[in-house]
Design a protein around this ligand. Structure first.
Ligand code: UD1
Length: 417
């Protein structure tokens, strides 16, 4: 098992480039199942979640070839319609092949994804939408089986703007008969990116990035080439790290527009944030001010940045409140932050954080991907040595985080045990 060791606090300085967004690449790989022709994805980072998605599509018969940073995917024929528990258990986003499989071959058997550390994460909205589109869905023995001779367009209202459900239904709608309208759809930049990939394949989609998406079904989609948007959560993580260490960092290769909520909150805390066309510079001097955040679907404050921001709140002047409205159990990093001296109380979905003078290095555990990021930031501003275990979670979404932070001046290393 690998762990990260951070020897002492530091001031981050320099520039760092972000990779393409994991959460944009995963649905795009699933969408490549909609065509028998070749799709090429450029600038695909070597992340564990991307490897798992490759495994998922290979398991149903797609050919995937990696040459440096490009992935060439061809699902000429799909020879299996089953995604096993072993695969889906590794990563919930494997569920994104359900819509494309139903649309392309009319049947799919897929393991129920189950809950995960941050919440129960049901899939009722995905199933409700697909069933409205004509899929016959049965559940049994931990698996979902769905059949549809031909999916048909429908108007689907999502009770919550779920990112995954919007993606699954949008992909299914591309090859359905007639018009699919997704109301109260997610508006995340990753949805817009998927729509842009699908449109290049020949899909007819309007409204991606708004709360109503309209898809006119077509008979066939063609292959295309695509580069996913930059990872706004990786970027946000380095932005918070720069502010909380009192550093000065230019985060390169970003779309500043996607980071508005993080930028606004860092400015409210007293950090200096300058936006450029494809970069953001964050610097701070002295203590940050307290701030309140409430996670919301985009363009609200992203739940995937809540834990990193909480680390900054731990060292801010005064009392901050973080309210988590998207996932019901996304506070597991709090016990670990407390081991480092943080002063946090939880009341239901709210965490009340009393800013403290300093954090002190300790042995802690990354309980999930973004919790790992929060603890890494905590280690960068804690006195003494921090050891973070279970960093396999971190490797799911950050490529060589220790190398990037080292380049910014951190005394950090990975140890394989
Ligand atoms: C995606 C992101 C994840 C991010 C999340 C919210 C990927 C691969 N992952 O996850 O990093 O944290 O969006 O921005 O893109 N829900 C239901 N029923 C459903 C579907 C969802 O109740 O059928 C609930 C979930 O339990 C959760 C909320 O809706 O409480 C948001 O989930 P959703 O937007 O679907 O997140 P994911 O697509 O799983």
């Amino acid at each position: 098992m690998a762990k990260l060791i951070i020897e002492d606090k530091c001031v981050l300085k320099g520039d760092v480039k972000v990779h393409s967004a994991k959460n944009a690449i995963l649905p795009v790989i699933a969408a490549s199942m909609l065509t028998p022709y070749t799709c090429v994805l450029e600038e695909v980072p070597y992340l564990d979640d991307v490897d798992i998605m490759e495994e998922v599509v290979k398991s149903i018969g797609a050919e995937v070839e990696r040459t440096n940073s490009s992935l060439t995917i061809k699902a000429e024929s799909i020879n299996s319609f089953e995604a096993t528990y072993e695969l889906v258990r590794k990563m919930r986003a494997s569920f994104l092949i359900m819509g494309p499989m139903l649309a392309r071959i009319g049947k799919v058997k897929i393991s129920l994804p189950g809950g995960c550390a941050i919440g129960t994460r049901p899939i009722d909205l995905h199933l409700k939408g697909l069933s409205l589109m004509g899929a016959n869905i049965t559940l049994g023995h931990g698996y979902i089986e769905a059949y549809a001779e031909k999916l048909r367009g429908e108007t689907i209202y999502l009770d919550f703007p779920s990112v995954g459900a919007t993606e699954n239904l949008m992909m299914a709608g591309c090859l359905a008969e007639g018009t699919t309208i997704i109301e109260n759809s997610a508006e995340e930049p990753e949805i817009v990116d998927l729509a842009s990939f699908l449109s290049k394949m020949g899909a007819v989609i309007k409204g991606a990035g708004t709360d109503t998406i309209r898809i006119e079904g077509v008979k066939e989609l063609k292959g295309t080439t695509h580069t996913a948007i930059p990872d706004r959560i990786e970027a946000g993580t380095y932005m918070v790290a720069a502010a909380v260490t009192g550093g000065d960092v230019i985060v390169e290769g970003v779309v500043p527009e996607h980071l508005k909520p993080v930028t606004a909150k860092l400015k409210e805390m007293g950090a200096e944030v300058q936006e450029y066309e494809r970069a953001i510079r964050v610097s701070a001097l002295g203590k940050l001010n307290s701030v309140d955040i409430k996670t919301m679907p985009y363009p609200g404050f992203p739940t995937d940045m809540q834990s990193q921001m909480m680390t900054a709140m731990c060292l801010a002047q005064g009392t901050s409140i973080a309210t988590e409205t998207v996932f019901e159990n996304r506070f597991m990093h709090i016990n670990e932050l407390k081991l480092m001296g943080a002063n946090i109380k939880v009341d239901g979905r709210c965490a009340i954080i009393e800013g403290c003078e300093k954090l002190s290095g300790a042995k802690v555990r990354a309980t999930d991907l973004r919790a790992g990021a929060a603890l890494t930031i905590a280690g960068l501003c804690a006195e003494g040595r921090t050891e973070i275990e279970d960093i396999f979670h971190l490797d799911r979404g950050y490529i060589r985080i220790e190398e990037k932070l080292k380049k910014l001046g951190a005394d950090i290393r990975r140890v394989e045990e």
